[in-house]
Design a protein around this ligand. Structure first.
Ligand SMILES: NC(=O)c1ccc[n+]([C@@H]2O[C@H](COP(=O)([O-])OP(=O)(O)OC[C@H]3O[C@@H](n4cnc5c(N)ncnc54)[C@H](OP(=O)(O)O)[C@@H]3O)[C@@H](O)[C@H]2O)c1
Length: 343
């Protein structure tokens, strides 16, 4: 809805522990006008991601933190409303790291980069906040490049019913692996096994994790795709096989910590099993996103990758919606619908 204004959330304060609504300041500003070289983008979907919590803090990280007073940074799927850049036309669909606002200027001196979505779209637009967006690419490159799964191996993934984890498990199934997901509710466990075809799923909130892993992974664990860190990583380390690979994707169990977090207690297993742990940041793969779009797009269209979206309506609800990432109160990818898709 074009209200003639640009509604925004700016970072008001850095969270201590959990994010609260008071960490954001709501503002209304005039819709900005593009200068030469710039493009005005209307936000359609605002992706909410655990990394938003990292950007809100001033701990050492892979991008500069959002400064107090700046528009909150966020990944956006949007449409070009006005272009003064020859490479973009009005109505082009684009994605980019823009912000929690109705409209953003991209390119030019703002430094905010955008890229065009494929035309025609191979899948519904909303899939580009899900498996065909950054979280899908994270699953694809983290699993295939770093995890290097082989047919017949056992893959365990944590935060398995989330945006990254649900795609990791399905790609591992496509590659012929035994797949076990770890997640935080029986409903999510059922979704993973009955809808997505995981071989087994463990509710880490109710199970004794080491016992459950031993039962679900009778041949041990060859690849552990770590989205979580903490106690789940420690339990998995007790079951890894010789030459195991551990793509270190995220550490969501630590993002709200107010005290320094101890390292894994079972670190010695990395030595004993000659395992390889490798951290990665998906931005480093940006020149290869086309490969992921081609494969994931095909798998989505063939029904081999299914996805769930938790779409919250309205930009005004973003500060509360983001809490769902940390209380686990959603299945699949979390995003806010800020305005209507073009017809
Ligand atoms: N390296 C990269 O470039 C990159 C890119 C994207 C994402 N990531 C990372 O990947 C991970 C998953 O991201 P996502 O976007 O797919 O999020 P998501 O899984 O869709 O949502 C987060 C999920 O984490 C689980 N969780 C929250 N607190 C937890 C805790 N204390 N212990 C265990 N599980 C907890 C919750 O599910 P449950 O019900 O299962 O608890 C929640 O639904 C995050 O760590 C994120 O930072 C990394």
């Amino acid at each position: 809805m074009n209200t003639g204004k640009n509604r925004q959330f700016r970072l008001a304060s850095r969270p201590v522990g959990d994010i609260t609504a008071s960490n954001f300041e709501y503002r209304e500003e005039p819709i900005p006008q593009p200068s030469d070289g710039e493009v005005l983008v209307r936000t359609i979907y605002l992706s909410l991601d655990p990394t938003n919590r990292i950007w809100m803090s001033d701990r050492p990280q892979y991008m500069p933190p959002v400064e107090i007073g700046q528009v909150m940074r966020g990944v956006v799927i949007g449409v070009v409303e006005e272009s003064k850049n020859p490479d973009f036309q009005k109505e082009d669909l684009v994605s980019g790291v823009l912000g929690w606002q109705d409209y953003a200027l991209a390119l030019g001196n703002t430094g905010l980069g955008i890229s065009k979505l494929p035309s025609p779209l191979p899948c519904p637009l909303s899939a580009f906040v899900g498996p065909l967006g950054a979280t899908g690419f994270t699953a694809y490159f983290g699993l295939l490049d770093i995890g290097q799964p082989k047919s017949g191996e056992t893959i365990v993934v944590s935060a398995a019913a989330g945006a990254v984890g649900s795609v990791v498990g399905q790609i591992a199934k496509i590659k012929g692996c035994r797949v076990v997901g770890i997640t935080g509710s029986n409903e999510k466990c059922r979704w993973l096994v009955e809808e997505l075809g995981f071989d087994d799923a463990i509710n880490y909130k109710t199970a004794d994790l080491e016992t459950a892993l031993a039962k679900s992974c009778p041949n041990g664990i060859d690849v552990y795709f770590d989205n979580v860190g903490g106690a789940i990583l420690d339990a998995v380390l007790t079951k890894i096989n010789l030459d195991a690979r551990i793509p270190l994707c995220g550490l969501i169990s630590t993002y709200n910590a107010t005290e320094p977090v101890p390292g894994p207690y079972n670190y010695s297993q990395i030595l004993m099993q000659r395992a390889r742990v490798q951290g990665f940041i998906i931005l480093d793969y940006s020149s290869r996103f086309g490969e992921a779009i081609k494969d994931i797009g095909q798998w989505v269209n063939e029904g081999k990758i299914k996805y769930a979206l938790e779409i919250v309506e309205g930009l005004e609800n973003a500060p509360l919606a983001i809490l769902k990432l940390f209380n686990g109160n959603k299945i699949g990818k979390l995003a806010v619908k800020v305005s209507e898709e073009p017809v």
